[in-house]
Design a protein around this ligand. Structure first.
Ligand SMILES: [Zn+2]
Length: 237
């Protein structure tokens, strides 16, 4: 099985600074986002899945977030059985993320506090986590779980070190459980971009993160380099 843990907004420098070993796995590094004009979530995940830069096409759409790829236009076409959950530009759960945006706006408009925003993020995270682990039992060829906690909580709190450590610890724990239970599988951890602190808040940084549960030398790959590696189950490296 090939397992992808898609961690939106996972910051390389934060993982390094606090030495989250299960996030780093056997090999890890930064991804190179220089082909993109800005580190936009929907653009990078879509390009990652398609194996080509889709920035121009997605920016031309009237509603960027409504953009949706077909399986045959992604690396999924090379797998007999697959499952993805909540991946932007593919299996994205729009109602949930509309609610997140409403609460984010509500925070700045002083209509709700940060707690209501965090609760919404954590409740969704728990649901995704449960469904992801259930699906891992189903012996599909590829299981791709997308978790947006680091990005979402990061936007209002990336400057709060202790709080962000709790978030990263949770993502590290998921990786640990997957590694222990599915040690025969290839496990890729990937982020679209990282985060940088702006006071107590956070904004997208200009590099992503990748790691694999075996020794490989990928250097600083582009998000679009992974589709062919994934299709070959990383046997070519
Ligand atoms: Zn993102």
């Amino acid at each position: 099985m090939l397992i992808i843990l898609g961690y939106d907004g996972l910051e390389y420098d934060f993982v390094q600074k606090h030495d989250f070993k299960n996030l780093k796995q056997q090999s890890f590094g930064k991804t190179d986002l220089s082909d993109f004009s800005q580190p936009r979530t929907i653009v990078i995940w879509s390009s990652f899945m398609a194996g080509k830069n889709l920035e121009k096409e997605i920016l031309a759409k009237p509603v960027m977030w409504a953009s949706k790829l077909k399986p045959q236009d992604t690396f999924l076409k090379n797998f007999k059985s697959h499952f993805t959950i909540d991946v932007p530009g593919f299996s994205y759960i729009k109602e949930q993320h509309d609610l997140e945006r409403k609460l984010l706006k509500g925070f700045f408009d002083k209509k709700n506090d940060v707690k209501a925003f965090d609760k919404c993020a954590f409740d969704h995270h728990k649901r995704i986590k449960q469904e992801f682990f259930k699906e891992l039992e189903s012996s599909k060829e590829l299981v791709f779980g997308y978790f947006n906690l680091a990005d979402l909580v990061g936007h209002l709190s990336f400057g709060l070190n202790a709080k962000m450590k709790i978030i990263y610890q949770e993502l590290d724990d998921i990786a640990k459980q997957v590694q222990e239970k599915y040690s025969d599988s290839t496990i890729l951890i990937i982020s679209d971009h990282g985060m940088k602190a702006i006071g107590k808040f956070g904004d997208h940084s200009n590099h992503g993160f990748w790691s694999l549960n075996r020794k490989v030398d990928l250097g600083n790959p582009k998000p679009t380099d992974f589709a062919s590696l994934i299709s070959k189950n990383f046997k070519s490296v």
